[in-house]
Write a protein that binds this ligand. Sequence first.
Ligand code: SAH
Length: 380
Amino acid sequence: MSDQQKFDERIQDLVGEAEEKPVRREKKEKPELKPSIYSLRLDELQQWLQDNGEKAFRAGQIYEWLYEKRVKTFEEMSNLSKGLREKLAAAFTLTTLSTLVKQESKDGTIKFLFQLQDGYSIETVLMRHQYGNSICVTTQVGCRIGCTFCASTLGGLKRHLMAGEIVEQVVKVQQQLDETEERVSSIVIMGIGEPFDNYDAMMNFLKIVNHDKGLNIGARHITVSTSGIVPKIYQFADEGMQINFAVSLHAPNQEARQKLMPIARAYKLDELLEAVRYYTKKTGRRVTFEYGLMSGENDSVEVAEELSALIKNIKCHVNLIPINYVPERDYIRTSRSKIFDFEKTLKKNGINVTIRREQGADIAAACGQLRAQERAEETK
Ligand code: SAH
């Protein structure tokens, strides 16, 4: 059995038995699925050009059209020969995503619902902060991790996104911002899906958006968050990229964690923390632990003490998330005063801690509330 098969077996079907299994709707006609040109790293594009009788340096020109001028058609790439433009158009698509819905919140947050070539839909969120614009991208259609408080996992996993489908979320939003001369300045990989379950596409995405000829977004302005897929944490630590790294912890011990997150049955808390320690040692960087506060579940002062003891020797920072309401779930958000008590306890114990500011809650664009529109259609 290959490593990938073993891995798949270990994390398969974490979505509880009670959940309906995803049913793929029969599509009458198979749409023609051209690969997205945004899936190609610069070196891959150079190789493709060479394989197709063209000069490798054209890749730099194409990247400039894609990521600096951000054109919407191959036609517009005016310093390429007509022949090359036709070859590109025959092999690739520039518009894998089409905008189905664009919803703006009172606080300026914008939620986009994009449709993919095969009809599935995904969500992308633009958040506006004083320090710049940040975009939250989706890495999978659905999710198979099964966290009991999260909406993204409700219909299971439909498919992984290709790197280009993740890159294009950023390009599409940037194209909109171009109208007002604004820029996407940071990226969080915290939309629908588990990025470490779609590892290779996620890595290509990172390389493309980070490349100085790509979108040129600095590694320190990009954050990836995982539910805790241990072997991939080691792999990620060894990549040598200065990306910010976050782990969804949500509980102070194994028993409590596996109740909230079935992934904890596949990868135990002590294994997870060992991998996190490896990461901090290898990269010299601190890790962020995300901790969603759920009333009566994981939010008492005693739990805060237990959590402090668990992580006190790890180079870390805790981000407390007041849990967002998901109608299908029973969890209730912790009250403000109890959130502050929890924070105070961590602080007293010398743990770095912040409380996440909420954005886009009025349009269900907040963390954990995203899910494919499609789910509603499926059950019709
Ligand atoms: N799969 C990855 C990244 C996507 S979720 C992960 O699990 O880290 C981004 C963050 O939102 C995670 O910390 C996740 O646990 C949290 N989240 C999920 N559902 C939530 C909810 N209902 N309210 C608040 N945060 C939630």
